[in-house]
Design a protein around this ligand. Structure first.
Ligand SMILES: Cc1ncc(COP(=O)(O)O)c(C=O)c1O
Length: 378
């Protein structure tokens, strides 16, 4: 608690403001949803990179987390997390650090789609005296990384490389339907979610036919997990991340309501001109992610609210490094926004925004109750 600490009028801007009630509500709602899906929740902490939030997300679950950097992994290990999935494909330059992380936890799992990596990882694991679990990454249609879901021969080849190596265990298959971020409505999201689930199951069936055991099927993004409504078959683990904060993109798509957005950037007006104000939150404070411009052509870089977070019907239309330009066509509204006015901007993509700051100012209403650090670096 920060009874005599700074408030929204005195915090140096730009700053990240995290609404504690909304955060709690988002976590509670996802917990209930994943329980209905009868899956295991292994939240992705890349969205927030923050230990107090990770601790709240795993409460009541088995304690596993997903990380996107080894820095997140080491911070989690130091805080007592014992079951970590590093869900970016491992490459040879990170083997020694990954194995050093494995020394600090009960279970480290990594992912690969490469038939040559297991041998190198096994050598590093032997040098460090650890066992590392490996999930094979499958591409279920996103086209980013992973072996094609319908390539049983290629998948079995990587599985063989893992199971024939000392100190490695085949932990299962993992996929991420990143294409869900291009879905325009709930029906499209749902069919991508079903595809993510079904294609991973088909890949697993092929591997089992080839004689391998597949202990875990790991899926998830916020759009796909929220779109599923029927219980998942056994062995499924889900890895949503963005749901803790949501953001302007998710609200525009209908994945969440606007008042679910828990993260805002506090910014101050530094210039008022003809039909516009400029704030001190630019590309660095907000990020330059403009979401899906094909179908939200005016999405800009964030949706602007007043100090209480009430929407003003304004958007950040352009950013440079430290400047955010907000067109204001109504003169009465412009008159209410002199230099120094503080505004709260719902970022377009909360994960990228949060990753650029050092800490969250946690608020209950407009009262600052805490400050939580953000894990930086890789
Ligand atoms: C491998 C992986 N798993 C899970 C997620 C979480 O997705 P979301 O942020 O939509 O919840 C991501 C996000 O990029 C990811 O890359």
């Amino acid at each position: 608690m920060m009874p005599d600490g700074p408030d929204l009028l005195t915090i140096p801007t730009p700053a990240l403001i995290l609404d504690n009630d909304r955060l709690t509500r988002n976590i509670t709602r996802m917990n209930a949803h994943v329980a209905r899906l009868r899956a295991r929740l292994r939240p992705h902490i890349k969205t927030h990179k923050c230990l107090p939030i990770a601790q709240r997300q795993v409460a009541g679950w088995f304690g596993g987390v997903t990380v996107s950097t080894l820095a997140e992994g080491f911070a989690c290990a130091a805080a007592g997390f014992e079951d970590i999935l590093y869900a970016v494909p491992l490459e040879p330059g990170k083997l020694a650090r990954a194995c050093a992380l494995a020394q600090r936890v009960r279970r480290l799992a990594v992912i690969t789609d490469d038939p040559d990596l297991p041998k190198l990882l096994a050598a590093a694991a032997a040098a460090a005296g650890v066992v590392v679990e490996v999930l094979i990454e499958i591409d279920c249609g996103d086209g980013r990384t992973g072996l094609p879901w319908d390539d049983p021969v290629g998948i079995a080849r990587v599985a063989r490389a893992i199971t024939s190596a000392q100190r490695l265990t085949l932990a299962g298959l993992l996929t991420h339907a990143g294409q869900s971020y291009a879905a325009r409505n709930a029906a499209e999201r749902r069919s991508i979610a079903e595809l993510e689930r079904d294609r991973l199951q088909q890949a697993a069936a092929g591997l089992e036919q080839a004689g391998f055991e597949v202990p875990c099927l790991s899926i998830g993004s916020t759009p796909t997990i929220t779109a599923l409504d029927a219980p998942l078959p056994p062995k499924f683990e889900v890895r949503p991340g963005n749901y803790v904060f949501f953001d302007a993109f998710q609200a525009q798509c209908g994945v969440c309501a606007w008042d679910d957005c828990a993260l805002t950037v506090l910014a101050a007006v530094v210039h008022r001109g003809d039909g516009k104000v400029v704030v001190d939150a630019g590309a660095i404070a907000l990020s330059k992610d403009i979401g899906a411009p094909d179908f939200f052509s005016d999405s800009g870089y964030g949706v602007v609210g007043d100090l209480e977070g009430h929407p003003l019907g304004l958007r950040v239309a352009a950013v440079s490094q430290e400047h955010g330009r907000i067109p204001v066509s109504e003169t009465t509204l412009l008159a209410r926004l002199p230099v120094g006015t503080r505004l709260r901007i719902v970022p377009n993509h909360a994960c990228l925004t949060a990753a650029q700051h050092d800490h969250y100012w946690v608020v209950a209403g407009s009262r600052v109750i805490d400050r939580w650090p953000i894990i930086r670096g890789w």
